[in-house]
Design a protein around this ligand. Structure first.
Ligand code: HEC
Ligand SMILES: [Cu+2]
Length: 309
């Protein structure tokens, strides 16, 4: 019942259980007394004289002071954990997080930018500096008991120290549009050796280097492209990428372009420069600075393989 994924998580759970048990105790106690009084002091008939009780200062003081003390205890235990949850240690390992419709991306000290999944070292405090490129999202790792809104134009943060190597879920918990429910990811907590290996190679042990097409396909899914661009010709939020390469596109304003590598790169980095006629401007988030040039060329290589022939 108590999460041991982080030390703070266990303490959050204790506060929760403490408050629940206290509520349960008072709920049962109050209702028991209520039922007892209903039976004990029931009017037995028309001639039953009821006693006329006037107020009691003693009683009023007791039922005011006891709840006040309890409420302060709840405040104290809650605030205590909250303070630690909100105060990242000075020496925390920092990772930049960017949220946009509908994916997460993570930028690490050593320069790597990864989408979808987050990789962190085990037993080390990790601080996430988060910002959104579009609407309000919210970063939530249930097992760590950390949750914080990710908003445009202001950095927010969470920190945690994962105690056990393993894989945990990331959810977006602020409704952010059509594919909000697909805005998922995993936190991979890596033991020191695996972490070392991952930082040096970008790969998990046993994982082999992907081909450009495979890497492009993985990015297409991880970065949420697939939520807006179908690969089977269906029109979603954006145009389908089926037979994209070489097709003649009519842009807003009537200009015609033939889709080539540069057009795709521009569409990914600066989506608002050329808008395909009939599609909304401002819907596609910019991936400038989020995807490396290598990522973009892998995506282009993958897109070339999506053809109906
Ligand atoms: C939130 C929805 C959304 C996401 C996510 C998204 N796009 Fe788009 N994309 C659009 C829309 C809408 C358009 C059409 C308007 C325009 O041209 O900007 C578009 C246009 C494009 C075009 C031009 C298509 C054409 O037919 O000329 C390309 C290429 C493209 N996106 C690639 C991508 C890639 C690659 C990703 C992921 C890294 C991505 N998009 C993520 C909505 C999205
Ligand atoms: Cu979201």
């Amino acid at each position: 019942m108590i999460s041991d994924a982080t030390e703070v998580a266990a303490r959050v759970d204790l506060v929760q259980i403490f408050i629940f048990l206290m509520m349960a105790f008072w709920f049962i106690a109050c209702n028991a007394v209520l039922v007892y009084f209903m039976l004990r002091y029931r009017r037995k008939g028309p001639d039953d004289e009821v006693s006329d009780i006037k107020g009691s200062h003693m009683l009023e003081v007791v039922w005011t002071v006891i709840p006040i003390i309890l409420v302060f205890i709840i405040f104290y235990v809650g605030a205590n954990v909250w303070k630690d949850l909100r105060t990242p240690p000075e020496d925390a390992y920092e990772i930049s997080v960017t949220a946009q419709k509908w994916s997460w991306s993570f930028k690490y000290d050593h320069g790597a930018i990864k989408g979808g999944d987050l990789f962190v070292p085990q037993g080390v405090p990790v601080k996430l500096n988060m910002i959104s490129n579009d609407v309000i999202h919210s970063f939530f790792v249930p097992e760590f008991r950390v949750k914080e809104d990710v908003v445009p134009s202001m950095y927010t943060n969470v920190w945690f120290q994962a105690e056990h190597a393993g894989v945990y879920n990331i959810f977006c918990t602020e409704y952010c549009g059509k594919d909000h429910s697909h805005m998922l990811g995993k936190v991979h907590v890596l033991d020191p050796d695996t972490w070392e290996h991952w930082v040096n190679t970008g790969l998990m042990p046993g994982e082999k280097q992907l081909t450009p097409v495979e890497a492009g396909e993985a990015l297409f899914v991880e970065r949420g492209c697939k939520g807006c661009h179908s690969i089977d010709g269906t029109k979603l939020v954006g145009p389908s990428v089926l037979d994209l390469m070489g097709r003649e596109e009519i842009l807003e304003g009537g200009e015609r372009v033939t889709v080539d590598d540069n057009y795709i790169m521009d569409s990914i980095k600066y989506p608002d420069r050329q808008i395909v006629a009939g599609y909304p401007k401002g819907q596609m988030p910019s991936f400038d600075g989020q995807l490396t040039n290598e990522d973009i060329s892998n995506i282009i290589t993958y897109l070339k393989t999506i053809s109906s022939e």
